[in-house]
Design a protein around this ligand. Structure first.
Ligand code: MG
Length: 325
């Protein structure tokens, strides 16, 4: 039986615009979904696409949802709409009460990966923010000249409190020689303080899978894929090609949650779950999925994104947020 489907677009402004490979990201736009059954029970879901990361555009998601004519008969959503797959599956799970019995558990700050600004700014802010309780921090590399960034890392490592781990994310911006230079530095740091560099994320472009597999076999520091594995289909492909390193998963754009769960159960991959700056609606559903799929003990979640927006939405329930839009 078809469920009533309603869609509301949203738009949120970043406190500080993010620098992405595709320019400044000022507004986060997406859709909230509400499914309602004949008894009047409702479930909320979210479509939070990032087209430059391999998902559909907001316009494509909206066109598909509008074409449903206000009802959804639970027909399969095509694979070229992964964020829409997540949104409808999430709303359905929420409606079925499968996710929880109401209030969602919030992860402790120590379980979230905090962000570092690039280069010397990280050194300046480091001391105060170490006190915030994150056990893992992530910094972007491949932004400034290589030797300058390596100098920054060496200095940062010397000042870090014991036990704090770093993730370095190149967003696919290095060439092979630069990636090897970074990996030699990371291996040296880790030989003195094991596990200090938790992983180096996406050193080479998304399609350079084979050279990244070779790098992962030649160096001790773990490598993680992120841009290479935006969707579950890409996760499955990289696994089939022989990748056994870390995989970053952004549930909100990965596609159908059932397929992601099946992949996890079949292969027990080393997953790190990450946000796409979704609202509390998508965040709750993504964290619930991470709890079902993730290894135990789990590496820090890439959901240290609260406070990124100039609004109070993170304090609202799904129903309150829906009413406000
Ligand atoms: Mg990344």
């Amino acid at each position: 039986m078809a469920l009533t489907l309603a869609v509301r677009p949203y738009r949120r402004r970043f406190v500080t615009p993010l620098h992405t490979a595709h320019g400044r990201w000022v507004w986060r736009q997406g859709l909230l979904l509400r499914l309602q059954d004949a008894q009047g029970r409702v479930g909320y879901g979210e479509v939070a696409p990032i087209p430059w990361f391999g998902s559909e555009t907001l316009a494509a998601a909206l066109a598909f949802l509008t074409a449903q004519g206000g009802a959804w008969g639970m027909a399969p959503v095509p694979d070229h709409l992964p964020a829409t797959q997540f949104g409808l599956a999430g709303a359905l799970a929420d409606l079925a009460g499968a996710e929880d019995g109401g209030e969602r558990e919030r992860p402790a700050i120590a379980d979230l990966c905090g962000l570092l600004p690039a280069g010397s700014a990280a050194l300046a802010m480091a001391a105060q923010r170490w006190a915030e309780g994150h056990r893992t921090r992530k910094g972007k590399i491949g932004v400034l000249p290589l030797e300058q960034e390596i100098g920054w890392l060496e200095q940062l490592v010397a000042e870090l409190p014991e036990g704090l781990r770093l993730r370095l994310d190149a967003n696919g911006g290095l060439d092979l020689a630069q990636a090897e230079r970074w990996l030699r530095v990371c291996d040296r740091i880790n030989s003195l303080a094991p596990g200090r560099i938790e992983h180096l994320e996406q050193p080479l472009p998304a399609d350079a899978l084979e050279p990244m597999i070779k790098l992962s076999q030649r160096y001790q520091t773990p490598l993680a894929l992120d841009e290479s594995v935006a969707t579950v289909g890409q996760l499955e492909h990289c696994w089939a090609q022989g990748w056994r390193g870390v995989l970053v998963v952004k549930p909100a754009i990965a596609g159908a949650p059932q397929r992601l769960e099946a992949f996890c159960q079949a292969h027990r991959p080393r997953l790190v779950f990450s946000s796409v700056f979704e609202t509390p609606v998508g965040r709750g559903l993504a964290l619930a999925l991470a709890a079902r799929c993730g290894p135990d003990p789990a590496p820090a979640l890439g959901f240290g994104t609260q406070g990124s927006f100039a609004d109070h939405w993170d304090t609202l329930t799904p129903a309150a947020l829906w009413q406000m839009l």
